[in-house]
Design a protein around this ligand. Sequence first.
Ligand SMILES: [Mn+2]
Length: 312
Amino acid sequence: MNSEVLLNKIMVYDNICLYAHQFPDPDALGSQFGLKQFISDNFPGKKVYALGKNNDSLNGTIFPLRDEVNEDIIKNSLVIVLDTANISRIDDELFQLGKEIIKIDHHPEVDEYGQFNIVETDKCATSYIVADIIRKSTYLLSKDCAKFLLIGIIGDTGRFLHNNTTSEVFAMASFLMSKGVVLADVYDELYKRTINEAKLVGYILNNFKVINNKLAYYILEVNDYQQFNICFEKAKDYVNTLANIDGIEIWVSIVYSQATGFYHVSIRSKSIPINDVAAAMGGGGHALASGVKATSLARVQIILDSLQSKLE
Ligand SMILES: [Mn+2]
């Protein structure tokens, strides 16, 4: 049903604009460029654009650079927004100009901003949802398309490590690899680290704090990551440096961005749902992986206190 509506809408429009969330991760970009590749492969007459700001470490390396369009094109387009639960996180707000809007996402529903919403919260990644729609259709799934979608699934399952890695996920990964994608090549590119990035990991491991032997966190001020020549977009991606520590139930990264003026807080949990804490402070996400922005260290402390109270 979902696939029929999506494919019918794609057939109707000559111009299609694809959006994702701010600070795009491999699933945001994987679902966006996967869908773009699918449309280009199967509907060569159509113009399809992957929009939003580039992620310096992912665009121009493992993913292509983003496209640019003028507003007139967006006004005549089908807009598809990927991997984004709420309107305020969509990069950028011009998406609203689209003639029709479709949302495809796997986060718990926050805003039903599409005329048509494909929201499957039991799926590991938005890239999985896109791949599933294509798999069930009779259309071509090229090697490039399969690669982008597989990167998205790898990203959101933490290389098939998180508890969203089901047998269906492996079946999908197998299906995508059967299109010719070499996993080792993807990993080499996706998990390549610079010497400075390795040093930042060292800094985090030397400086993280532990509360009651159950909650671990670290704070990175601008100088802490800039001393290693690392930009904010990259610096905020290290929360799982604190994963898999014996006894630690919840782990948190807190990274300040000069550009936004916020501490960006990423919360991860082994088994206790923490998205209510993020939501109470204006953020959101999955039960065991959420994010929230805080205006000050005092607000950060409130978040840490709320998380700590869950562990008592
Ligand atoms: Mn995702």
